[in-house]
Design a protein around this ligand. Structure first.
Ligand code: ATP
Ligand code: MG
Ligand code: MG
Ligand code: MG
Length: 480
């Protein structure tokens, strides 16, 4: 079937609406009343209040398509075919309502029925937790999953250390032999081993146990009185299947952004037929533009800590990749209209905030560009110095200097280093950072002595978790 990303998203929601689910609109990326989480990172994260029983859901069956950010995948972007920092997770949820007997046949129906996605059954594979023979049996008896397409995988147990937990099934799509030779960084690619052939599209969690404090063996967890279902399917991955893209990026969600990037480069082209180094840069830029645009839309902005630090890191990373493609001008904002065009039917808020997105991006880009050249040349010097000493490590002090003086997020320095076969002394960096914090604290001593009435002001001026860039060299003023 030829389906657009908008149609694929809508079909998921329509399917579960037809199974009596309430369609819940996408929520902000910034978690509400949840200090444990920096970003909404899954569909279920926005529904936590229903699952933990603190709020009664409007209906026990819910479905959504939820924007999510995963910072743990930043360095996968562009390298694997399937990871983004911002992606959409489509899910269906049962809060004490249906369980395995319903959800497995429904998942199968949605994926394979010609009325719905109509995917080829032969290409679908499923994993189950070895002790969860109940799910295995349902996959075998209540679906027509071909023989030999079930794998038992020891890791398939979802457990965050306490509370609801349970086995899960991951559903994979076989992209075909052509993908067998494309390496993947992920050792957990099932069932084909480490390559991009088997693409995980959907994860279904059967939340049936209660991990009580003190228990370590999950076979001892008691059953929950009310069992839940929580699922997540990656929209971009499914779109790559329908649109036959080599990667998630070769789809209507990303190609328009990539095509808008090409003319800004010094003649670089994005190659849809094979992996190239330039492709990585095009993908990183397209990915990061999306993530930052959504984050800004939801009220975050660049800063030196927390969410703001993530935005800053993503934007600076995109700028560095722009350099690699030979882009000479400020370019981030120029890609925003193309990006919004790929999504605005479902996320009209992007269009509403377009001006804000563009101005924040450009301001941040200008700020980084002022020091970028000097920073890169300092980086080269550090590499040379280290090599001259026969070392392959950039010292923590040096990485700190790059961060403090030129605004290079240390993670970026580490990535740059990796490209020339070097590493960064991260512990040394943390130590240098701590020393700077201590100095700042000492310098503030007098303020503390003045009493607590200035506490609010002090907090405003001193970033609490990350003071990496004083940025005094950028514009003469400390950023607060
Ligand atoms: P993977 O093993 O491929 O990293 P995961 O097991 O970490 O995926 P889940 O936590 O199970 O992912 O999330 C549910 C679904 O969301 C996945 O099956 C996948 O389709 C999608 N997904 C997860 N992480 C990403 C990402 N970084 N970018 C795009 N889609 C993702
Ligand atoms: Mg993952
Ligand atoms: Mg996985
Ligand atoms: Mg998974």
């Amino acid at each position: 079937k030829e389906l657009s990303s908008a149609e694929i998203r809508q079909m998921f929601l329509d399917f579960f609406a037809s199974k009596d689910h309430l369609v819940v609109p996408a929520k902000s990326l910034i978690p509400e009343n949840d200090p444990s989480l920096l970003w909404i990172n899954s569909g279920v994260a926005t529904l936590k209040k229903y699952f933990d029983g603190s709020v009664v859901p409007p209906k026990p069956r819910l479905t959504n398509a939820q924007k999510a950010i995963r910072t743990n995948d930043i360095e996968n972007v562009g390298k694997t075919a399937r990871h983004h920092t911002l992606f959409e997770m489509m899910g269906n949820f049962s809060i004490g309502d249906y369980f395995k007997e319903e959800v497995i046949p429904w998942a199968w129906e949605l994926l394979t029925s010609p009325e719905w996605y109509g995917l080829d059954k032969e290409k679908l594979y499923v994993t189950v937790y070895p002790k969860d023979q109940e799910s295995r049996k349902i996959w075998e008896e209540k679906t027509d999953l071909p023989d030999g397409h079930i794998y038992e995988v020891e890791d398939n147990f979802w457990d965050i250390g306490e509370g609801p937990s349970g086995p899960d099934s991951e559903i994979f799509y076989d992209r075909g032999e052509a993908f067998q030779d494309i390496p993947s960084d992920d050792p957990e690619m099932y069932p084909g081993g480490e390559n991009e052939r088997y693409l995980e599209i959907w994860n279904i969690v059967f939340s049936q146990f209660n991990h009580l404090p003190g228990l370590t063996d999950n076979s001892e967890y008691p059953e929950l009185p009310h069992k839940n279902i929580d699922t997540g399917m990656g929209l971009e991955r499914l779109v790559s299947v329908f649109q036959n893209g080599r990667t998630n990026f070769d789809t209507d969600l990303f190609l328009p952004i990539i095509r808008a990037t090409e003319p800004l480069t010094d003649g670089k082209v994005y190659d849809t037929t094979q992996d190239t180094e330039d492709n990585v840069s095009f993908k990183v830029i397209a990915d990061h533009i999306r993530a930052v645009a959504f984050a800004i839309t939801d009220g975050a902005k660049p800063s030196n800590e927390g969410r703001g630090y993530v935005i800053r890191r993503l934007l600076r990373r995109a700028v560095l990749h722009g350099q690699k493609l030979g882009i000479k001008e400020n370019f981030l904002a120029k890609l925003v209209p193309a990006m919004i065009g790929t999504l605005d039917s479902f996320y009209p808020e992007l269009k509403e905030k377009e001006g804000l997105i563009e101005s924040i991006m450009t301001a941040e880009e200008k700020r980084f560009n002022k020091t970028l050249k000097a920073g890169l040349s300092m980086f080269d010097d550090f590499v040379k110095e280290a090599k001259a000493k026969g070392s392959t490590e950039i010292s923590g002090q040096d990485a700190f200097k790059l961060s403090d003086t030129y605004g290079f997020p240390v993670e970026l320095t580490a990535e740059q280093a990796e490209e020339v076969g070097m590493t960064v002394d991260m512990d040394g960096f943390k130590q240098a950072l701590q020393e700077q914090k201590d100095r700042a604290r000492a310098a503030r001593g007098d303020q503390h002595a003045m009493g607590v009435q200035n506490a609010a002001l002090t907090d405003l001026k001193v970033p609490s978790t990350y003071v990496g860039w004083s940025e005094t060299s950028v514009d003469g003023a400390k950023i607060v």
